[in-house]
Design a protein around this ligand. Sequence first.
Ligand code: ACO
Length: 326
Amino acid sequence: MRLRIRGTGSALPAHCVTNDELSRIMDTSDEWIVSRTGIHSRHISHGEATTDLCVQASRRALADAGMDAEELELIIAATVSPDDYLPNTGCAVQSAIGAVHAVAMELNAACAGFLFALNTVQAYIQAGIYRKALVIGGEVLSKMVDWEDRSTCVLFGDGAGAAVVEAAEEGYYFFCQGSDGRKGNVLSCRNRRVCNPFVSEEKALSEKEKQDYVRMDGREVFRFAVRTVPEAIREVLQRGERTVEEVDWFLLHQANERIISAVAKRLKVSEEKFPMNLDHCGNTSAASIPILLDEVNKKGLLKRGQTIVLSGFGAGLTWGAALLKW
Ligand code: ACO
């Protein structure tokens, strides 16, 4: 049995922030941001929580699939920006949409999160454990970036995307994935430190005051992405015994236009096969692939039977690719 995507959905906060608006509140410019990243604007939460966006995207994906939430057996929500430590985002979505028969969980693999969640569902389907699942990527990164650090805050946006998937006899789904925890510092955002009545009062106080934001070594991320993504895509194509020429669409994590162009060049594939939405969404981490998937689906670009490659990469470091029949 193979995973087959039956429906997609996405949700973006209504509030859109252009580069010019950013340049009025910090020392940056539309020219700098567009030339370095390809980003023109991004949607920023005006109060919408990660769960709100995930729920909206999920309802749209279920409607697109023509599936009732009660049919779902599994929900995996990928995020690095959950609303709460507890309960997990998957359970929060489960409750909101009434997926009473599903088991729900959250997965954090940063910008590769949606892909890792999809791969996990494929493994469950292949093992014959579940047949119908909802896979979500949702983020409100605007609460995690340092709005005084122009080198990071201009890159990110908020949003969510979801896919309803089902076990199918026909088709194919191959994947490869990897991680390298030794490179954790390249892209990070630290959580609470140890702070309890048994640590010294001075330490407890100072730890309580500390708040961290997303920190990134942009050049290192760039080098990692342009090296690793083509390798992952070649590996998954080899597993599926297909060539790059046979792929109709490459849907990559939307971090940076220059990264996507470099990957296309290395694979010797026309950039036209690499749809992008980072111009109006920015980098939405785990949400970027499912938002893009929904956009190209709703535009009617995806035709049943086509060959699609997904590839994600991000903090961890984490990376991977999937080859599937639409
Ligand atoms: N506006 C204006 N100037 C800026 C801005 C800004 N928003 N941000 C940084 N600068 C300045 C810097 O201060 C620096 O100035 P200086 O030379 O006077 O010191 C100059 O621009 C160059 O800074 P760099 O960080 O070296 O800029 P670079 O050309 O490397 O571009 C970027 C930065 C776009 C992040 C690049 O490294 C990149 O594309 N990295 C890939 C990483 C990425 O896209 N990450 C997204 C999130 S990670 C993920 O999704 C996996």
